[in-house]
Design a protein around this ligand. Structure first.
Ligand SMILES: Nc1nc2c(ncn2[C@@H]2O[C@H](COP(=O)(O)OP(=O)(O)OP(=O)(O)O)[C@@H](O)[C@H]2O)c(=O)[nH]1
Length: 298
């Protein structure tokens, strides 16, 4: 039998000699190992096509290199090896390689008071680049939290004061009567609005890091905000959450400043871009603030 040679279009010369910045595949299903868990991830794998005369890159070589991610714990060093494989298999064609991994990190979180706990989902992306032996990793993390409007809290307090004046004017104050009033709906005649909010962190890592500090960064950000959304909740937990919100009243500007100051102190970060989105219950639109540190557009 005569073996037919398979046509190889990618190996042909391009009609338009034009280099390309990024060619590859997006949304490749991939299991990865992180923090002892196997996560269902999606990968974007690409290289530059610097040889403008070449028709195409070799998609299958990028795809097969991703197998390296299946067995080992995900680290910057592992991603670098994958990127090096992308370049080695595209010698003469490509100078830069890109690998983005998108996954949902599931973390078990304890309740504020009760001994309960539950799972929280954090969408994360790890984006690695290798060009001229320069290797960079960026993390993207989404963190939900609660924010209570400080202006609304002050306005509510004023209404409570007004109610107190109306109910107790020209009366001698009796401790028991005031205590009962405080425990009634009149003692909280107005409540401030609060909203489920989201912090979108983009962080550039120091090059020397052995591990991806995803969990440490999430913990630092949640500690700075003070009002992480909860999982399993009993009434004691809900009360503690109400106290945390009352003690951490936040405009979006306050939230992003807190994150800025906290993440500058987090080890292993050399630049960041932060965006917080407060899905206002006062409005049908969002309140948004951004903050950068050492961050120029890549
Ligand atoms: N470059 C390129 N390849 C594509 C595209 N869409 C599908 N492919 C296919 O991806 C397949 C794998 O490409 P290669 O890695 O070059 O496959 P190959 O030539 O068998 O493998 P090598 O011998 O390693 O080059 C080919 O069948 C391509 O036709 C595209 O938009 N661009």
């Amino acid at each position: 039998m005569n073996a037919l040679t398979l046509p190889d279009i990618a190996a042909q010369a391009s009609r338009q000699a034009l280099p390309l910045e990024w060619v590859g595949m997006c949304g490749i299903a991939l299991p990865i190992f992180f923090d002892g868990q196997r996560l269902s991830a999606k990968a974007d794998a690409g290289v530059s096509l610097d040889d403008g005369g070449a028709r195409g890159i070799h998609m299958s070589r990028l795809y097969l290199a991703l197998e390296m991610l299946e067995q080992e714990h995900l680290t910057p060093a592992l991603m670098r090896r994958v990127l090096q494989r992308f370049l080695d298999t595209h010698e003469g064609l490509s100078n830069s390689a890109h690998l983005n991994i998108h996954a949902d990190l599931l973390l078990k979180r304890p309740a504020l008071i009760s001994p309960l706990s539950g799972w929280k989902n954090y969408p994360v992306s790890i984006e690695a680049r290798l060009k001229n032996a320069m290797f960079h990793v960026e993390l993207k993390i989404e963190i939900p939290y609660s924010s209570t409007c400080p202006c609304s809290a002050a306005l509510s307090r004023q209404l409570i004061q007004q109610q107190f004046v109306d109910d107790f004017a020209n009366k001698s104050l009796q401790h028991a009567e005031v205590l009962a009033w405080l425990g009634s709906t009149k003692g909280i005649v107005a409540t401030p609005h609060s909203q489920r909010s989201n912090a979108h962190l983009k962080l550039r890592l120091d090059d020397y890091l052995d591990d991806l500090p995803l969990i440490a960064l999430i913990n630092d950000a949640e500690a700075a905000l003070g009002t992480a959304v909860q999982t399993a909740v009993k009434r004691a937990d809900e009360q503690a959450f109400a106290l945390a919100n009352g003690q951490n009243l936040m405009f979006c500007e306050d939230a992003v400043r807190r994150l800025n100051l906290a993440l500058k102190r987090s080890p292993g970060i050399n630049a960041f871009h932060l965006k917080v989105v407060h899905a206002e219950s006062l409005h049908a639109h969002d309140a948004v603030a951004e903050s950068r540190w050492n961050w120029e557009a890549a």
